[in-house]
Design a binder for this molecule. Structure first.
Ligand code: LLP
Length: 385
């Protein structure tokens, strides 16, 4: 993820901090993603929660991906950016009536339901509109995603989805709820999954669950296995694009689809993470007891992942000319000790005014920015194709 001299010259003229997206890399990623998915006729819905920047969404929509939304506003944003309704899915453990109505009014493809009470509310709201809502059951498959516990969603202890032992009751309810139609089964077990054997485990569990439904005389048209494919935060320049080929092949090899059953994915991070960088400037270098602090002008308000999930992003000083390295804690200006991007990191000798790039920040970066400390929400700039 090196920057050209002209990119760095441009950075020097811009007010920091800012997000910088390399759209050619996004294009390359989308090309590979769509060509690999096409081999098996798989449907990919982009998870807007990873990055809902209009320019990024426009590029993604140009590749005819669907949209995976988790709020009414994400549905409205997807529509605004011309994602077609029949490719919008809506998940979320706490959908409000207003949000369900947005989904119904926009005739989206499918609502992924997470509980019987939610199914009842959707049924009631659909009835009022004289509509039949298409739903998928979000099932909690109790598969360990082996990722950070804050982004693990498919274990029984997590709040997400319908547990396996509730399925009998769900089927009984469905018989009564005439304004909803079951069209699919949905799963999502977590995010930043780099051990692909986890997805194999998911496929095997889905096979078992499908058998259970089959024994109850139900074959749904759609299986949605969610997102979660991880990226390489350590070596972003070597692994710029996730291994979509192996990922999709694994599902093709292990997941047993019934004839005419369609397979759907909801990828977020894998699509957008590597094309985005947070560019920040060193404000001060301060000596600590054991370390130097490089205090930069971006903080957890611009990129919360290190503070929230102990996430590590590759960090480089992109303007230092020094041959000598020093060890730094790279920290932001926010009044919280968790506002730290890296501890004991070796960087070329760093001084006030140097530009620092925090890489792989395209997913769950800009979109999670906050105005805490009354900070100004940062701008984004682009390397155009
Ligand atoms: N589908 C559902 C139902 C989800 O909850 C998520 C992510 C995705 C798809 C997309 O997952 P992805 O392909 O991006 O892994 N803020 C955290 C990640 C939270 C993920 C939430 N759900 C982070 O910065 O690591």
């Amino acid at each position: 993820m090196n920057f050209t001299p002209s990119e760095i010259k441009r950075f020097e003229e811009l007010k920091t901090p800012f997000y910088y997206y390399q759209l050619p890399l996004l294009e390359e990623t989308l090309q590979l993603l769509t060509s690999e998915a096409k081999k098996y006729n798989y449907h990919v819905h982009y998870a807007l929660k990873a990055n809902a920047n209009n320019n990024i969404l426009a590029k993604i929509n140009a590749y005819s991906l669907g949209a995976d939304c988790v709020s009414g506003n994400e549905i409205l944003k997807a529509k605004e950016c011309n994602f077609s309704s029949d490719r919008i899915v809506f998940a979320g453990v706490g959908k409000s009536d207003e949000e369900i109505n947005i989904a119904l009014d926009n005739n989206i493809f499918c609502l992924n339901c997470e509980s019987i009470p939610e199914m009842e509310v959707i049924n009631e709201l659909a009835k009022k509109k004289n509509k039949i809502a298409s739903i998928a059951l979000r099932i909690n498959p109790n598969v360990n995603a082996k990722t950070h516990h804050y982004i693990t969603t498919g274990l029984e202890e997590n709040k997400f989805g319908i547990n396996l032992w509730e399925l009998e009751d769900v089927l009984k309810s469905l018989e009564q709820l005439t304004n909803i139609k079951l069209i699919g089964l949905h799963f999502h077990i977590g995010s930043q999954i780099t051990d692909l054997s986890v997805f194999k485990g998911l496929c095997l569990r889905v096979n078992e669950i499908q058998e259970w439904f089959y024994s109850h005389h139900i074959i749904v048209e759609h299986i949605n296995v969610g997102g979660g494919l991880g990226i390489d935060y350590e070596n972003p320049e070597i692994n710029k694009i996730p291994d979509f080929k192996t990922f999709f092949k694994l599902f093709n090899d292990v997941l047993q689809l019934r004839p005419n059953q369609q397979l759907h994915f909801e990828l977020g991070r894998a699509v957008v993470a590597q094309c985005g960088n947070l560019i920040t400037k060193v404000l001060y270098v301060k000596k600590g007891i054991k370390t130097n602090f490089a205090i930069v002008d971006a903080g957890m308000t611009e990129l919360i992942r290190p503070a929230l999930y102990q996430a590590t992003h590759k960090i480089s000083n992109i303007t230092s000319q020094s041959e000598q390295t020093e060890r730094y804690d790279v920290v932001g200006p926010i009044c919280e000790s968790s506002d730290c991007f890296a501890k004991a990191l070796d960087l070329p000798e760093t001084k006030r005014g140097d530009l620092i790039a925090i890489h792989s920040a395209g997913a769950y970066g800009e979109v999670m920015a906050s105005a805490y400390n009354l900070r100004t929400i940062v701008k984004a700039y682009y390397l155009e194709v």
